[in-house]
Design a protein around this ligand. Structure first.
Ligand code: ADP
Length: 328
């Protein structure tokens, strides 16, 4: 869509609502042309960050740069960004094509050109046949694609998506996330997608920005954040990790990097609290000295070669190279 990607940069961006600090002096350079997810629990400041980038909320302090230009004070339509909302916000009385063309109408572009452009966008999201329908004659997934086409018609450098999949049922959500990823690759523009779902962020993102309590706790590629969380919060929020205190410090270790041994040679001894069959894996929860609970995700066949039961004493084993030291 655009020959050259512009880098989006947040420079010490703060958002206050009265006495509430929703976003606290965050700094981040988004990878140009990448798929980024802002991930974190409800209330951590994700939407405020997105709305400031979009220009729907003013910045209390700091600045937002796109391609080196400060866009903090520009109106939303002049920024080179576009937003796709959670509830899609389609106009019920306008056809699909008119909905998609709406922002061009606001820019004074004449009707034939508007509808021509809308047709191109509907083709992009695979809805060419449905341009004359009204929004309530579409499925949830189709409405979402209309909302995408409507945001993309302004040819933004950066597409902002606020929990775009949360209104869909789980089956459709997984299908649509594949479509979002494909569309982002085809367009080659930056997507910034807000979600509180770690599986959604891992599945979609080139880059995950984990927020907590109004700050960025960790940012990196999906694999880096998952494989090497730097704080206890990130390890717990991203899932699939134990956070354990050992004599040499506090660490995160993936649950699938912990094994069960019935011999005396182990890193720690514990007693089995619970066993949960999960199909491909069996999740084993053990309590070790100091009342710490450690979870081991054991391949199903390994588990059933030598089954264990709640109450059994076992050894927990791991390779120390898989321990990640935590800072907080
Ligand atoms: P998230 O998207 O991560 O759920 P938000 O950015 O919506 O978080 O909210 C961050 C904090 O700012 C929360 O404490 C929230 O209650 C507060 N907040 C958000 N919007 C407003 C607003 N318009 N007025 C006052 N407080 C707000």
């Amino acid at each position: 869509m655009s020959a050259k990607h512009k880098e989006l940069e947040l420079v010490s961006v703060t958002k206050r609502y009265g006495a509430t600090v929703a976003v606290d002096a965050i700094n981040h350079k988004f990878q140009p042309g990448g798929y980024a997810c802002l991930l974190g629990p409800s209330g951590c400041g994700k939407s405020s960050t997105l709305r400031m980038i979009a220009g729907h909320e003013n910045v209390s302090e700091g600045s937002i740069l796109l391609g080196g230009t400060d866009i903090s004070d520009l109106p939303p339509a002049k920024r080179g960004t576009a937003m796709m909302f959670q509830n899609y916000a389609l106009f019920p009385h306008l056809t699909v094509a008119e909905n998609v063309a709406f922002s061009l109408k606001m820019r004074g572009i004449d009707k034939p050109e508007r509808l021509n452009k809308a047709g191109e966008m509907l083709e992009l999201v695979d809805l060419s046949a449905l341009g004359d329908r009204l929004p309530d004659q579409l499925s949830g997934g189709q409405q979402q694609r209309v909302a995408l086409a409507r945001a993309l018609i302004t040819r933004p450098q950066v597409l902002l998506l606020d929990e775009p999949l949360s209104a869909l049922d789980p089956f459709l959500r997984i299908r649509m996330r594949g479509e979002l990823r494909k569309l982002q690759r085809e367009l080659g523009i930056s997507f910034i997608h807000v979600t509180h779902g770690q599986d959604e962020a891992l599945a979609l993102a080139d880059e995950i920005v984990v927020m907590n309590n109004a700050v960025i706790e960790q940012a990196g590629t999906a694999r880096d954040v998952y494989n090497a969380p730097t704080t206890a919060f990130v390890a717990q929020f991203i899932g699939g990790h134990n956070v354990i205190a050992l004599p040499q410090g506090r660490f995160a270790i993936r649950t699938d990097a912990v094994g069960i041994s019935q011999s005396d040679q182990s890193n720690l001894q514990g007693s089995i609290l619970a066993i949960e069959y999960q199909g491909a894996h069996v999740s084993v929860l053990a309590r070790v000295a100091g009342d710490q609970d450690i979870s081991a995700l054991v391949p199903e066949s390994t588990f059933f070669n030598d089954p264990i039961n709640p109450g059994d004493q076992v050894g927990l084993i791991w390779d120390d190279a898989n321990l990640h030291k935590l800072t907080a």
